[in-house]
Design a protein around this ligand. Sequence first.
Ligand SMILES: *Cc1c(COP(=O)(O)O)cnc(C)c1O
Length: 457
Amino acid sequence: MQKDIQALQQIIEDLTALETSQPVLEPKSAETLLEQLPIALGEEGMEDMEVYDLLKNVLAETPRTATRLFFNQLFGGRNPKAVVADMLASFMNNSMYTFKVGGPQILIEKELISQFQSMLGYDGDPGGTMAPGGSMTNFMGMLMARDQAIKDVHNEGVRTKMTMYTSECSHYSLPKNATFMGIGRSQLRYVPADETGAMKTDVLAQMIADDKAAGAHPFMVVATAGTTVMGAFDNIQACADLCQDSGMWLHVDGAYCGSVMFSKKYRHLIDGAHRANSFSINAHKMLSVPLSCSFILVKENKHLYESFANDAEYLYQTDDDDLNPGKISLQCGRRNDALKFWTLWKSIGRSGLEKMVDHHFGLAERARQYVMDHRDYQVYSHANSVNICFNYKDVDPVKLCNALYEEGELMVGYGQFHDDQFVRLVAVNANNEEGDIDYFFKKMEAFAEAHYDELKK
Ligand SMILES: *Cc1c(COP(=O)(O)O)cnc(C)c1O
């Protein structure tokens, strides 16, 4: 293994050098990549050094998501401690279903969950677990909501029309999950958003009442803490009031910006979170942990058992359920997604995570000020969003983002809200500084000016 570790070190050094000299890769088509890289698999193996050379070449052609010019999606940057811990998790290869196989790694996951529970303000007997991604933790929240709403539905299946409610700006995992859970996509009702992108809760109340009157069974509201395009926060208190009155389950999709719970300054954006029955959060977005690192927290632990517990004599042979997270898991084998986050937290402390969250909002505010101060821009974002949505002059945002990508200038994407389409600059790279935001605009403006005729609407 000694030689492999040396090769690893060399590959990492080469890649980081490339990332510095060329932070954005000029994309190649799939056909070109298949011609240039020996991706096809064969019968015979290769020499070690050939394998590592090949890996190095593949990495060199892979989009660079950790550099200061990646603003395309809701993650970015690279934290060395978290990366090392993630590599060690692969090195050890424990499956996180039992204490017998995971040992202290299980305690590490449990510690993270208990920290989240107290930050949320869950008291009594709360629960929580990890799943591979926010789409899956949302799925778990939806399944628990379904199972508590109708007696024996997890044995007998869905036989009533069960309706659930979420913002028109919520994540696309919700309709997908609605099909998986057997209630059907069209039983997911979309509530209109106000001009900031937050769900109109008065309309929500009316929709629930109308559905009840029509004989449906409204069972769940999903509020979003940080919508994917506008970065908006739904009013959790108002949703909790409605749910409390009508016995509905409230899930908060905090996959993107639930991390504001770490910040004294921004915690108010999820006021009322302790009233939610379940809450999803991704540490791989605002908190710089490598993909994926996703948690679901549950106000009452019993719901995890009611929806997910199955016995398996060949697996659960020692210890209490409490130490065997596989018992309440969506999967069987569970990757160790906890060690990397725990290591980061040990390294910078809770206060370091708080600074990271505040830093993102600081960068976003700088970007928002910039676009508000310059007459060439139209701004769509509101305060307290880490996504800055804007248009430059009469440049077409789709053409602009695609051209920036194809020319290897910047990785940034576009989005849409109501009738407006715009560039969406995402400020969640903890390695970035204010100068990187300024550089983004300078580079984008220079590019737009140089290609103005092709890019204008
Ligand atoms: C990213 C995101 C998700 C999905 O999380 P994955 O880990 O990508 O599956 C869900 N909801 C919101 C609001 C998100 O931003």
